[in-house]
Design a protein around this ligand. Structure first.
Ligand code: PRP
Length: 210
């Protein structure tokens, strides 16, 4: 079974409070979402494998470490996941980026896939699927399905979100038991498809639409 972790570092919690505020405007929302994404990436990458390497410093040989595992791909679920990409690339600049477009039917909340474009070697990479919201879990489940269909092993995927609803966590874990899930907060419940208290519609708040 993959793990589910709430990343409750004080900086993450503080920044999350800023974007939960309904008076936080588009510009600040966008900035702070990226800042949180950077902090989440730092926490989520803790278990990246290392190998020994000798490096010549100006004073001699250091027995040091370097990353030895799979290369990384960041895969945002469009649209709102886009808001987390730059923040993660700040920390892992060499990562490739894939895109999975998904929208929820406004009445049924059923997800619909409308776009998939991934790096060719996606099944050899460590993948961070990012989306600010895990509500019913439908979009995340379908996005992971799209990756698995293309040969990705779900143990190589980490799902990273800002706010999760208990229902979404349960549904996603049931559909993809091997997946690791990371959130900045686990909220109370879902109401009419929205996370309560949540932070509203992340896509609309990021892009200034409504
Ligand atoms: C929102 C959000 C997630 C999804 C979560 O996207 O960004 O992708 O809903 O809900 P779920 O867990 O119930 O599937 P939305 O469909 O509003 O699209 P957008 O990102 O383009 O605004």
């Amino acid at each position: 079974m993959g793990k589910f972790e709430v990343m409750n570092h004080p900086l993450i919690q503080h920044k999350l409070t800023i974007i939960r505020d309904k008076n936080c405007g588009t510009r600040e929302f966008r900035e702070v979402v990226n800042e949180i994404a950077t902090l989440l990436a730092f926490e989520v990458s803790r278990d990246m494998p290392l190998e020994d390497v000798d490096v010549e410093t100006p004073e001699g040989t250091a027995h040091a470490k370097q990353l030895s595992g799979k290369k990384v791909a960041v895969v945002p679920i469009l649209r709102a996941g886009m808001g987390m990409v730059d923040g993660i690339l700040d920390l892992i600049p060499a990562a490739k980026v894939g895109h999975i477009g998904m929208y929820r039917d406004e009445k049924t909340f059923e997800p619909h896939e409308y776009f998939v474009k991934l790096p060719n070697d996606i099944n050899k990479r460590q993948i961070f699927v990012v989306d600010p919201m895990l509500a019913t879990g439908g979009s995340a489940i379908m996005a992971i399905d799209a990756l698995v269909k293309r040969g990705v092993d779900e143990s190589n995927i980490k799902f990273v979100c800002l706010v999760a609803a208990p229902e979404g966590v349960k549904n996603l874990r049931k559909a993809h038991p091997g997946l690791d899930i990371f959130a900045a907060a686990l909220d109370d419940h879902l109401e009419n498809g929205y996370i309560v208290p949540g932070l509203g519609d992340a896509g609309d708040r990021l892009f200034g639409t409504k």
